[in-house]
Design a protein around this ligand. Structure first.
Ligand SMILES: [Zn+2]
Length: 95
């Protein structure tokens, strides 16, 4: 008798694997794929964070705000960061 998947509980949990150094037992093939994918995504994310650190350092030169107002140079140089920092209206007015 095969128990149902420990993750989703829907499919038979037939896969046991070591994922991220952790032994995972009794999950289904789909959940196994999901976990493996999320493992790769998290390492891609770590890479992204490292790149952001470099950007953060460069951003010391271009301050996000000047005299309390969004800095158009900052918005132009760091559009992705600007989206996190400013409202859409600010981006429209100063971007
Ligand atoms: Zn499952």
């Amino acid at each position: 008798m095969i128990n149902s998947c420990n993750d989703c509980g829907k499919k038979p949990g037939t896969v046991s694997a070591v994922i991220k150094g952790e032994l995972v037992k009794g999950i289904c093939e789909s959940c196994y794929q999901l976990r493996v994918m999320s493992m790769y995504q998290s390492s891609a994310h770590a890479q992204y964070e490292r790149e952001r650190d470099v950007e953060d350092h460069a951003a010391d030169v271009a301050q996000p705000r000047v005299a309390g107002k969004p800095n158009p140079d900052f918005i132009r140089n760091y559009p992705e960061r600007a989206k996190d920092m400013f409202t859409e209206e600010e981006l429209r007015l100063y971007g």
